[in-house]
Design a protein around this ligand. Structure first.
Ligand code: FE2
Length: 322
């Protein structure tokens, strides 16, 4: 695995600034500061080889130096999905760490925010006193968080609070690798195309299955007006191209007849979530999981009846996609 990891960390990203190859290697012991490790997570054959590293030996409740943060940031850029193990942090510490990456966004479903912490969306299937403790069906379709906003999410950070005994995994699909694997002619065809993203696309379908999804007010509908983004976006920090469409939010490709748009989107959705692009995250207690919404799609696999699952999510605002 170490040879594979060396190969991954030497991957020739077109970074705008030089990235030291040592940035995500195992940290040497230092005289000061935390000596944490960033290491690959074992995956089954045929799964994504780029996504998914784990950070061990780091306590995010403690101050984090700018050098250590830079090392984590590079791991985020190279691997897109990073799990911080065993983080016994408070919601305020979760928010503070998230803010190191940029300003935070607030979800339109305010009724599922955490008390005293508007920046945290509670993802939970637990019902107490007949009322939901959070959004129970988040991530039921492949998507990139908040792609329906003019400035979609840079990344999200999900912190495990209560995990089921079985189920509850989260899948991530590498949209950089998916774009790279497209036939040349299709890449040419996609150049310059724009697509519409709407929060409302699946909303009523989800609401029909989940009685706790609220009817959106006029103010909420106005807050989630559809947005238009490139079908292929260029990552603002790595310079890599990635597919940026999803079954959850992408309604149509601008300028194409509806039937042609539907067919092309169906082809892209099927292509972009093939097993060779996917990392499956099996949650461990106190995991804090980061993913780069500019480079991956994700999907919640669901939990069996009777299993409890609760996580806290922050979302970092990103750039206007180009
Ligand atoms: Fe999500």
């Amino acid at each position: 695995m170490s040879a594979l990891f060396d190969a991954l960390t030497a991957h020739p990203f077109s970074f705008r600034r030089p990235v030291p190859e040592s940035a995500v290697r195992q940290a040497p012991a230092r005289a000061a500061g935390p000596a944490f490790e960033v290491r690959p997570i074992s995956q089954p054959d045929g799964a994504s080889s780029r996504l998914g590293v784990e950070v061990v030996g780091l306590d995010l409740a403690q101050p984090l130096s700018s050098d250590d943060f830079a090392r984590l940031h590079e791991a985020h850029l190279q691997h897109s999905v990073v799990v911080y193990r065993n983080q016994r942090i408070t919601p305020a510490e979760h928010i503070a760490f998230s803010r190191r990456f940029g300003p935070l966004q607030r979800h339109v479903l305010r009724n599922f925010k955490l008390d005293q912490h508007d920046e945290i969306l509670v993802v939970s299937n637990i019902i107490e006193g007949g009322q939901p403790t959070g959004l129970g069906d988040a991530g039921a379709y492949w998507h990139s968080d908040l792609s329906y906003k003019p400035k979609p999410a840079l990344g999200s950070l999900l912190h495990a609070q209560e995990l089921p005994e079985v189920g509850g995994d989260t899948l991530f699909a590498d949209q950089v690798a998916a774009y790279d694997a497209l036939p040349y002619t299709l890449k040419q065809q996609l150049t310059g195309l724009l697509a519409e993203h709407s929060y409302l696309l699946k909303y009523e379908e989800l609401r029909a299955r989940n009685p706790f999804r609220p009817k959106l007010s006029d103010e909420q509908v106005a807050e989630v007006k559809p947005a238009i983004h490139p079908v292929v976006r260029t990552h603002p920090e790595t310079g890599r191209k990635a597919l940026f469409v999803s079954e959850h939010f992408t309604t149509r490709i601008v300028g194409l007849p509806q039937a042609r748009s539907d067919a092309l989107l169906a082809e892209l959705f099927a292509h972009s979530t093939q097993p060779q692009f996917v990392y499956r995250h099996h949650w461990q207690p106190h995991d804090l999981l980061f993913w780069d919404n500019r480079a991956v799609l994700h999907l919640a696999t669901g939990v069996p009846e009777g299993q409890r699952r609760k996580l806290y999510r922050t979302t970092i605002e990103g750039d206007v996609p180009v």
